[in-house]
Design a protein around this ligand. Sequence first.
Ligand code: GTP
Length: 597
Amino acid sequence: TDLSKIRNFSIVAHIDHGKSTLADRLIQETGTVKDRDMKAQLLDAMDIERERGITIKANTVRIDYKADDGQDYVLNLIDTPGHVDFAYEVSRSMRAVEGSLLVVDSTQGVEAQTLANVYQAIDADHEIVPVLNKIDLPASDCDRVAEQIEDVIGIDATGALQVSAKTGQGIRETLEAIVTQLPPPKGERDAPLKAMLVDSWYDSYLGVIVLVRIIDGVLKKGDRIRMMSNNSVHPVERIGVFRPQMEMIDELGPGEIGFLTASIKQVRDTRVGDTITTEKKGCEAALPGFKPSQPVVFCGLFPVDNAEFEDLRDAISKLSLNDASFSSEMETSAALGFGFRCGFLGLLHLEVIRDRLEREYDIDLITTAPSVIYQIYMRDGTVQELHNPADMPDLTFVDHIEEPRIKATILVPDEYLGDVLKLCQDRRGMQIDLTYAGSRAMVVYDLPLNEVVFDFYDRLKSVTKGYASFDYQMIGYREDHLVKMQVLVNDEPVDALSTMVHRDRAETRGRAMVEKLKDLIPRHMFKIPIQAAIGGKVIARETLSAMRKDVTAKCYGGDVSRKKKLLDKQKAGKKKMRQFGKVDIPQEAFISALKMD
Ligand code: GTP
């Protein structure tokens, strides 16, 4: 295709502002998909994505469009993940296109992810077209939101498109704006092949599918391509585009976006952001800024039933094939038996993987407390990375400990500002900035990641009745007074409940944890002490008293079926318990005990 007839773009938006609906409309309006084949939310393929209403894997679609100037254009839309955990993937897909539609819900206004995503687009030098969506709703206020876009983001929004992705109003104008306002790609057809690896995933029929943006040169079937990060060579088997279903073609030229397959075994062998060239006569310099995405949050996954360990191993290795940013290694725990220590890009990523293991693979799991990576500076001058509080070395050998910090941006209506500041303060935050955009405050905090990974987002939502939006980026490591806190149940340490905490917070956290556990652990026939300790020193203690009567005593003898039901219920409850010494601890205790409220 002639470069001047190509437009490559992405859509940036806060969650729920209508990105997927708009993408579907653009596809439908151009007849890319026949109306009767049109399923709502075409681009969100996975069930979980649909259920949770979030887009995880970047998808792409090629749209043919006859513009008002009578010319035929090819529009390539790359769908970017909207969540903070996938910030690196967002930034790579942004570099693969020249422009963005900035979708803002005209009943809501700019939110934290609007900002985070649009800054990525600005960083990638995009031309940006503001789109005010949901104008069909009575609460829509385009003037106010346009003004807010100008104030907060600092881009011109006077000509912002007014759209209803629901009714189709303004869709034609949006397509015209893509053609007239976004620049065509640049590239040299005769230069050596240089392509960006935008995304990759595993398909059970075709194997690993690699989404590429051609910068220079031409990619042809049969080419032997080389990944510049590791010099691996693969013969190209298929080349194609998404419309949105796959369509095979023979070649991709400069400026084009499409996919290839090359009998690559695992997604791990392909790295987002890598440069692809040909084995012979390849390009000299790789694209700048390549870095593999690194897991930042770790937790242990153990089967509730030890007999399911092999199933868990299988399931994890299948999921890893398809997700290079998910890491796992075997772990044994005195209390939990065999399991895996897994690394994730963030909490959402963790939840998605855990959900898939439980639902798609039907494995009941115990998830241990999520932990970040600590840098342990030893007295002998070496530095260790600590992924699991259970592995914390003896303190006499430790010089100091550093923890990862984030810069968090929170947008919140005025009336909840006080609660948000208190929450951030409680989590050892340091305020960096506080500004206003209309009736909303924008708060920027430097926070320890460890205080955020667990339930910060849930707490934020609850103290603001769902009105706050949140986004973060990593900013580096800082030393602080951190200690490992252990929990002992019936005098036995339960390593799965070990956490790293700030020394000043240890008593409060320890007390909260033992109180919670006291409620979560059912009574036994004997007294059970529950303690929190730092290096052998007990800092909090509760005692769960012994059970007096059989539960069925409640049933006044008479009703047999009721009695049976109660016993069955007890049995079912048992299944989800794990034994620690002589004590049964229910599965949910591991997560609930760590929540701070
Ligand atoms: P994620 O994929 O979760 O990031 O969200 P999204 O930004 O893709 O939003 P999505 O397209 O899923 O839309 C969110 C909700 O808003 C859905 O219930 C849509 O039906 C609704 N919606 C989207 N566009 C419009 C619109 O123009 N008008 C109205 N009334 N509702 C809309």
